[in-house]
Design a protein around this ligand. Structure first.
Ligand code: CTP
Ligand code: CA
Length: 222
């Protein structure tokens, strides 16, 4: 648990982080997912832990090792991530949503493997997944809630729209149309979209970015 003896900037605080992709089952052997590596969320979990916080990492499937002294809650689907987030919410001071949550899931996963048969087309009906970060931000008492926005155009506009629509305290926006950094890279450059201003953080490693984000969040809590 968060050490009584921790003296970091988040000592005594409880931080919950979502990370990685989700997988939405089509049938017992197939799923819909995305290319999220989970690196940013895992780096943030390490940085929060180093800053003295009790840290819970709710992670979809990744290839990353579990960070030390962090409680890792593995999940697969968006609905599982939502349930785990609700459970982790009591006493949560900071909620950071880095997960690339599938926006939609197949209405019902087929009980048996879907057979190709004679058909040339296949239509699968998708239903919307719950918005996890918006639900956490709507909770009373409200944790300091941080979202991530990966955009390919109008990056700041869309990020600010998410800040307002989901009632977030901070959105970390990045331009994924740049092929050199971002989604699967070890580095990133972002713009922090705060309610009243914007702040550019130039290109740096995800580990450094995580430490810089944690310091800014800690300053807001203080
Ligand atoms: N998010 C979430 N639950 C969802 C969808 C998104 O918690 N079902 C969170 C992400 O973890 C991220 C933020 O919301 O922190 C923004 O995610 P993004 O996919 O950019 O936003 P959406 O609202 O899904 O909008 P769109 O995909 O249309 O851009
Ligand atoms: Ca989305």
């Amino acid at each position: 648990c968060a050490g009584l003896f921790d003296t970091g900037s988040l000592a005594g605080k409880r931080v919950v982080i979502t990370a990685g992709p989700t997988r939405e089952a089509l049938d017992p052997v197939r799923y819909i997912s995305n290319h999220s590596s989970g690196k940013m969320g895992y780096a943030l979990a390490e940085a929060a832990r180093e800053a003295g916080a009790t840290t819970v990492l709710i992670s979809g499937p990744t290839h990353l090792p579990s960070p030390e002294r962090v409680t890792l809650l593995p999940v697969v689907s968006a609905e599982e991530m939502y349930a785990a987030s609700l459970q982790a919410l009591p006493d949560c001071d900071v909620f950071i949503a880095t997960a690339a949550v599938a926006d939609y899931r197949p209405d019902q996963a087929a009980a048996q493997k879907i057979k190709k048969g004679e058909r040339d087309t296949l239509v699968i009906e998708l239903v919307k997944n719950p918005d996890i970060v918006a639900a956490m931000a709507a909770h009373t008492p409200k944790p300091f809630t941080v979202g991530f926005a990966a955009e390919t155009e109008r990056v700041i506009d869309y990020a600010r729209d998410k800040l307002e629509r989901k009632q977030l305290d901070l959105v970390v926006a990045n331009d994924v149309s740049r092929s050199d950094i971002g989604f699967n890279s070890d580095e990133n450059a972002v713009t922090l979209v705060w309610p009243q201003r914007e702040e550019n953080l130039s290109r740096r490693s995800k580990h450094q970015l995580a430490r810089d984000l944690v310091e800014r969040i800690a300053r807001q809590l203080a």
